[in-house]
Write a protein that binds this ligand. Structure first.
Ligand code: T3D
Length: 264
């Protein structure tokens, strides 16, 4: 395992595990953690040996959003340009996560607040400990949901629930988040890391090209028409059909044995 100060990263069997690691601040984001998380996701882009990412948090929380200690108005100085910090820190990471052609599994081990919740929702498959809760904490401090929150909440939940969560900042328990379709599953706390790790390992042993194309198609469906989507599916299927993993998958089926995918 290698450790940057604020994000631990470990790679094994095709899974890159990234652990937000500022537990005394509930893994809230300072600049170092922003850059370390982005570097981790970039590594997943660049390294063919990485075939899935597992994102989680150290300690009792997943992530409490922005480190508000770095925004203390009592320290004086100019009013911060938060549009600039979104452009500089959150938005590039969100785009990198959504653009990664490999699955990101998120194991929400505890409270996820502010941008911390919305970064979880930007992952591809989200499991949460039953004790975890999601809080659109922005309203408590006079901000608006960011890190893609208005997009994912409105799209997944629809306006009534998205607005209620964002305007009240009421904590949403993990089990309700799962019932509402905001995450994949709420699991017993003691089972979370084993279950999320097994899922990430299974994805890393899967047909990486096909999985990446699938991720891209489902994301494109949010903004495209059926006509556009049918064309995208045709193009993606053409690429998938040329992959070694497709040939292996069909051969394995016909030979009645498990497929051995190589990610190509
Ligand atoms: O600024 C920009 O660049 C714009 C982008 C903004 C994105 C955002 O995310 S804005 C939203 C920022 N986040 C919040 O407003 C959440 C703040 N935290 C909380 O409301 C609560 O901590 C939680 C509901 C998440 C958890 O509550 P609880 O009671 O379980 O824990 P706690 O006691 O409040 O926190 C434990 C420690 O973590 C505590 O430190 P201490 O007293 O033990 O030394 C607390 O101060 C610290 N902590 C928690 N969240 C943050 C934090 N420290 C700095 N920043 C935080 N966000």
């Amino acid at each position: 395992m290698t450790a940057s100060d604020s994000v631990l990263s470990a790679q094994a069997d095709g899974v890159l595990t990234l652990t937000l690691n500022r537990p005394d601040k509930l893994n809230s984001f300072n600049e170092d953690m922003h850059l370390a998380l982005r570097a981790g996701i970039q590594r997943a882009h660049d390294d063919d040996a990485v075939r899935a990412v597992l994102l989680t948090g150290a300690g009792r929380g997943f992530c409490a959003g922005q480190d508000l200690g770095d925004r203390d108005p009592r320290k004086g100085g100019p009013v911060p340009d938060l549009g600039h910090t979104l452009d500089t820190f959150y938005n590039p990471t969100l785009r990198l996560m959504r653009g990664l052609d490999k699955p990101i599994v998120c194991a929400v081990n505890g409270v996820a607040a502010g941008a911390g919740a919305n970064i979880a929702f930007a992952c591809d498959i989200v499991l949460a400990a039953k004790s975890a809760r999601f809080i659109q904490a922005f309203a408590r401090i006079g901000l608006v949901p960011d890190a893609g929150g208005t997009w994912s909440l409105a799209r997944i939940l629809g306006e009534p629930r998205a607005k209620a969560l964002a305007l009240t900042a009421e904590p949403l328990p993990a089990e309700t988040a799962a019932e509402w379709g905001l995450i994949w599953k709420a699991v017993d706390d003691a089972e979370l890391m084993a279950e999320a790790g097994a899922l990430a390992a299974a994805l890393a042993a899967g047909p990486t090209l096909g999985l990446g194309l699938t991720k891209r198609l489902i994301q494109a469906a949010a903004t495209g028409s059926l006509d556009q989507q049918l064309d995208l599916e045709r193009d993606a299927q053409r690429d998938a059909g040329r992959s070694a993993d497709y040939a292996e998958g069909v051969t394995a089926f016909l030979e009645k044995r498990p497929a051995r995918f190589t990610g190509r």
